[in-house]
Write a protein that binds this ligand. Structure first.
Ligand code: NDP
Length: 486
């Protein structure tokens, strides 16, 4: 391996790398070749205890620092991250298989944005003053929650580690983060960089492991909050475990989002949105607009132009910067996608292009486009998490909106039209946390991100995240002599 992918140790606790070889082995695989690029160990009970104890011990000092001081550390970490963007992006590519053309602009850079944004906010977190009758008044103090647990999915490991860590640390909390065991490498770099930037030992810790490690973290009484990025079934389990301990929870879960394209749309914008919403990161994006509703008069032209544009996709070596489509993250995920494509065909959808597994090492499949998909088909109902686009045709705006909302999920929704009034009517009717008009799949840190319905609870990014990583203490101040009935 020309690039060092084996970390110094599996876990990062109390400001340093820590190993416990008694933990279950975790082989990290480069999805483009199937090669093992690092060998790690899942956290043992001793490691879990060490991480929680470190985060708990670091709490008081971190919370007592001024917001400006905490913010400076986060912003310094953002600067380091940007300076090392190339190396971090290469590592992310090895960890996930996502092409370097993406990781250079969407992973460490997005993590750096989060660290910079919340670093900037940290100095201006305040409570408020409330004037009351008779000269009495109240004020609120914005306090950290305590030890927060972050649990990540495998599609954006650097970004998720920072999207959870940055707001948590901004508010004066400490964190134990558990990446997905499929992509355990990048979060360790986030911890290393935060420490180098001046975060005291124990403020941000990373431990590896499978689901049970996450469960053990959530169930610990020292933990005040859990933030999960993962699937809906995992979300249900994690939310229930958090509820048992009356803990705060943010759930960023899956989706089956609609992208509605009207026949007045600019065809190139429509195709660009559909490509960004289905094939970026080889389709492994939670907010993907996989149900592409196209108004009936435009279906032929849309499918024809998509097929043309998809011929320009470059599938191949993810480390070559001209590559635009990488492999699936794992053999398991590749098999899931293959099964869904078979199901789509067997249920009667027309596979227009793609969906072919490549006969080479690694986990490769060409981007698929189905048309003549109906609402009841499995590929139109279930999250696939792969490069599979379904075209469904519709006649009227009312019909499109009703069908777009006919899903248990509510993460994102998009509309492509030149008619602005219609665009805003659609957006106001969409049952989704994040909506797009003539765009798709952008998630700048300044904008709240999260889902409604089964897609989640709470919001990440923006000032909204502060509400999910802090709590208010209300203080009533009596100015007049206290009066009592007896
Ligand atoms: P999973 O739900 O399988 O896993 C998510 C994380 O939770 C992993 O770290 C996993 O560990 C852990 N976990 C699993 N079971 C438990 C448990 N019982 N208690 C505690 N932790 C547990 O998701 P994937 O990693 O497969 O990611 C894909 C999913 O994530 C998709 O549904 C996607 O839509 C969603 N996602 C949502 C995003 C959003 O912001 N809304 C963004 C990105 C992805 P382990 O891997 O070891 O099982």
């Amino acid at each position: 391996m020309p690039y060092p992918t084996q970390p110094e140790a599996s876990h990062f606790i109390g400001g340093q790398y820590v190993e416990d070889t008694a933990g279950d082995p975790i082989d990290v695989v480069y999805p483009a070749t199937g090669e093992v690029i690092a060998k790690l160990h899942a956290a043992t009970p001793a490691i879990i205890e060490q991480a929680l104890a470190a985060a708990d011990a670091a709490r008081a000092e971190w919370a007592a620092m001024s917001g400006t001081e905490r913010g400076r550390i986060l912003r310094r970490a953002a600067d380091i991250m940007r300076e090392r963007n190339h190396d971090l992006s290469v590592l992310e590519t090895y960890d996930t298989g996502k092409p370097l053309s993406e990781t250079l602009v969407a992973d460490a850079t997005s993590a750096a944005d989060a660290l910079e944004y919340f670093g900037g906010l940290a100095g201006s977190l305040t409570g408020e003053h409330v004037q009351l009758p008779g000269g009495d008044f109240a004020y609120t103090i914005r306090e950290p929650l305590g030890v927060c647990v972050g649990i990540g999915a495998w599609n954006y490991p650097t970004q998720i580690a920072a999207w959870k860590g940055a707001p948590a640390l901004c508010c004066g909390n400490t964190m134990v983060f558990k990446p997905s065991e499929t992509t355990p490498l990048s979060a360790l770099k986030v911890a290393e960089i935060l420490t180098e930037a001046g975060a005291p030992a124990g403020v941000y810790n990373v431990i590896q492991g499978y689901g049970p490690v996450g469960t053990a973290l959530i169930e610990d009484p020292r933990v005040a909050k859990v933030s999960l990025t993962g699937s809906v079934p995992t979300g249900r389990k994690v939310y229930a475990a958090a509820a048992a301990g009356m803990k705060h929870a943010t759930m960023e879960l899956g989706g089956k989002s609609p992208l509605v394209i009207f026949d007045d749309a600019d065809l190139e914008i429509a195709c660009a949105a559909a490509i960004l919403g289905n094939y970026y990161s080889t389709g492994q994006v939670c907010s993907n607009g996989t149900r592409v509703f196209v108004q009936e008069g435009l279906v032929d032209a849309f499918c024809a132009r998509m097929v043309e544009r998809m011929q320009d996709a470059v599938i191949g070596d993810p480390l070559d910067e001209t590559t635009t489509i990488g492999p699936m993250v794992s053999e398991a995920q590749l098999n899931i996608v293959k099964r869904y494509i078979e199901t789509g065909v067997s249920e009667g959808a027309e596979l227009v292009t793609g969906g072919t597994a490549l006969d080479k090492d690694g986990y490769w499949i060409t981007p698929a486009l189905f048309r003549n998909v109906t609402d009841d088909m499995t590929i139109a109902r279930e999250e696939i998490f792969g490069p599979v686009l379904s075209v469904l045709s519709f006649k009227t705006e009312e019909e499109a909106l009703a069908r777009a909302n006919d899903t248990e999920f509510g993460l994102a929704a998009g509309v492509i039209t030149r008619d602005l009034s219609r665009a805003h009517r659609m957006v106001s009717g969409f049952e989704a946390g994040t909506c797009y008009i003539n765009a798709y799949n952008l998630a700048p840190v300044e904008v709240p991100f999260g889902g409604s319905k089964q897609s989640g609870v709470g919001r990440e990014n923006s000032k909204a995240a502060i509400e999910h990583y802090s709590q208010l203490k209300s203080v009533y101040v009596g100015m007049a002599p206290a009066e009592a009935p007896f």
